[in-house]
Design a protein around this ligand. Structure first.
Ligand code: SF4
Length: 214
């Protein structure tokens, strides 16, 4: 049988590890201002964009746009210039401009918190929906991105082919107390140590626990 990481010990170790690492940008926004609008926008913009660029862009954007009304009224060209150079900024501009209308018509002007509702919003996929549900509303959700998918498979904790399978397997076996932490912890680990290529196993805090090394 394939070896799997002891999950409680792993999270205990990672708790100390992430204390020295800057929080991912969406977590940072949530700590500053727990506003579902800002968290939703920051999450959409952070997709396929590194945190340095996302942080710069959202600081600039939130000086001009702070709610759905501002987003509705801002000129599309101005919005595009404000969010440049996040990944897919042209596509995201169009999606952001559609948000106020969709939220108004489908959700009476209130940002929803359920996954099935969130994924109906333009620019919101399952990963974004889970992150918003958890970060903005404090509801249990597992946000699986490339880091969570890759690392939980390296740990032997799941055995899956894509992020959706990973989310479903984690929902079935990961203790709920870790649901809100797993994305933050594994994004931090994945960006610094457990990288997609050439993970730095000899200097990893999980050496001795991770079956990749055992
Ligand atoms: S860097 Fe290596 S030891 Fe650390 S979690 Fe990744 S695969 Fe495991």
């Amino acid at each position: 049988m394939k070896k799997s990481i002891p999950i409680k010990q792993a999270f205990d170790v990672l708790e100390g590890f992430i204390a020295d690492i800057e929080a991912p940008v969406v977590e940072f926004v949530a700590r500053q201002d727990n506003d579902p609008f800002k968290i939703l926008i920051a999450t959409i913009l952070s997709s396929r964009t590194n945190d340095v660029i996302t942080t710069r862009v959202i600081s600039r954007l939130f000086e001009r746009v702070t709610n759905l009304k501002d987003l509705e009224s801002i000129d599309q060209e101005e919005l595009k210039d404000l969010i440049y150079p996040v990944g897919f900024y042209r596509q995201k501009t169009v999606q952001l401009k559609k948000l106020p209308y969709v939220i108004s018509v489908k959700f009476a002007g209130t940002i929803p918190s359920e996954i099935d509702d969130l994924v109906m919003l333009p620019g919101v996929g399952r990963k974004t929906a889970n992150l918003v549900r958890n970060t903005a509303f404090g509801k249990p959700a597992i946000c699986v991105d490339v880091h969570v998918h890759r690392i939980t498979n390296r740990w032997g904790y799941v055995n899956t082919k894509n992020p959706l399978e990973t989310e479903l397997e984690l929902r079935a076996k990961l203790p709920v107390e870790y649901w809100s932490k797993v994305n933050h912890y594994l994004v931090s680990l994945g960006q610094t140590v457990c990288k997609p290529r050439n993970p730095k196993c000899p200097e990893c805090a999980l050496t001795g626990l991770c079956p990749k090394l055992v």
